[in-house]
Design a protein around this ligand. Structure first.
Ligand SMILES: [Zn+2]
Length: 389
């Protein structure tokens, strides 16, 4: 497949456009003029490349073509199995893997390749729903997935599994492993604002918040890990951060970011947890997100921009309840004035500590938002630790 170029109107372009229409990246039909046609196709190709983590050049080279070709397949359109030596690749495989991940099966990464690990996860799923565990995803397995898919939205086995694991872990912070992820790094500092002589970056502020939080949670008896130091030697992708959190066996992950926008009037705090557009969500993650969001809003007065379900890699590929909080807008003069004040950052940290503590209270014993005196935590925890074996 040669790259598409300006002026191409042939069969290849028609095929490419058909795939992009199927992915809702292009409207069906198309604009009348040739120039508009090309600009529109190129834009859609760029959006596709961005979404798939390919180099974004708007051209359909071999790699982009393979990805587009894989994207034609919708789950259920063909039987999926571990083909040897060339594994099946496609969007349907990726969707299947994401479903399995959502339900708590270990497929590794949702990479769209039907390998041995995916086959094993399918076999395990089949065993659990009473099908013969052949590791292939045909019509029967698809039916079971569809039936369960609905239950996952309502009754949610993953969540149940996640909640159970969480309940069994007990109401104490001592010994729990928390992974704190300061967003960005010096190579990709996120939002940057030059304010007079001062230069504020999202990466630095996120690290400062993470370091403060680390101290507080460690003092409360948690085992705390940061995904990066203040100046890591190499860029750190979210995928790497997720892998690290999994390797560390984290019980919780909190990723810290600061938001920004071209409009200086945009401000406020928002918290994100894992969830898909069709309503599948990590209930423990959702609960943590709700607590973090409410505690921060009540304790800091930042505008409440709500909690949201996202499928970002950091949230999707981590095996523990994970949330990302965007604490204020660096580009908002109001939020920025607060964020650069260390006392304000301490209040944010207090709020997150209170949220984490509330996660480990049984729901029925939970306390009102803003009511936990974080300075008393240590004494509480010490008392709790003394009664442990
Ligand atoms: Zn960020």
């Amino acid at each position: 497949m040669r790259p598409i170029r300006r002026g191409d109107r042939g069969r290849a372009v028609t095929e490419i456009r058909a795939v992009l229409v199927g992915l809702s990246l292009l409207p069906a039909g198309g604009p009348p003029g040739a120039d508009e046609f090309e600009a529109e196709t190129e834009r859609a190709v760029r959006a596709f490349q961005q979404d798939r983590g390919l180099s974004v050049d708007g051209q359909v080279g071999p790699e982009t073509w393979r990805a587009l070709d894989a994207a034609r397949w919708h789950l259920g359109a063909r039987t999926l199995y571990q083909a040897i030596p060339d594994p099946l690749i496609g969007e349907d495989v990726r969707t299947l893997q994401e479903r399995l991940l959502e339900m708590g099966y270990d497929v590794g990464r949702a990479d769209g390749v039907y390998g041995a690990r995916t086959a094993r996860a399918v076999a395990q799923f089949q065993r659990e729903v009473g099908l013969s565990p052949d590791g292939a995803c045909g019509p029967h397995t698809m039916n079971a997935l569809r039936r369960l898919g609905r239950k996952v939205v309502g009754g949610r086995p993953t969540l149940l599994r996640e909640s159970d694991a969480f309940r069994q872990s007990g109401p104490n912070l001592v010994g729990k492993v928390i992974v704190i992820d300061p967003g960005h790094d010096p190579f990709d500092p996120g939002f940057v604002v030059q304010d007079g002589t001062a230069r504020w970056t999202e990466a630095d502020l996120a690290y400062d918040l993470a370091a403060r939080l680390e101290g507080r949670l460690a003092a409360a008896g948690m085992r705390v890990h940061l995904t990066r130091g203040p100046a890591p030697a190499a860029p750190l992708a979210d995928l790497t951060r997720a892998d690290l959190a999994n390797e560390l066996g984290g019980d919780l992950l909190i990723s810290l970011h600061i938001d920004g926008h071209a409009n200086p009037e945009a401000d406020g705090v928002a918290t994100y947890h894992y969830g898909t557009a069709n309503g599948v969500t990590s209930s423990v993650g959702e609960r943590l997100a709700g607590l973090v969001q409410r505690e921060i809003v009540v304790r800091t007065g930042l505008r409440n921009c709500q909690t949201h379900a996202k499928t970002w890699e950091l949230l999707r590929l981590t095996r523990m309840p994970a949330v990302r909080v965007d604490v204020g807008y660096l580009t908002s003069p109001t939020d920025r004035a607060r964020l650069i004040d260390p006392r304000f950052r301490d209040r944010v940290v207090d709020a997150v500590v209170a949220a984490v503590q509330r996660m480990y209270f049984p729901v029925e014993e939970d306390v009102p938002t803003g009511s936990i005196d974080v300075s008393e935590l240590r004494a509480m925890v010490a008392a709790g630790a003394a009664t442990r074996d």
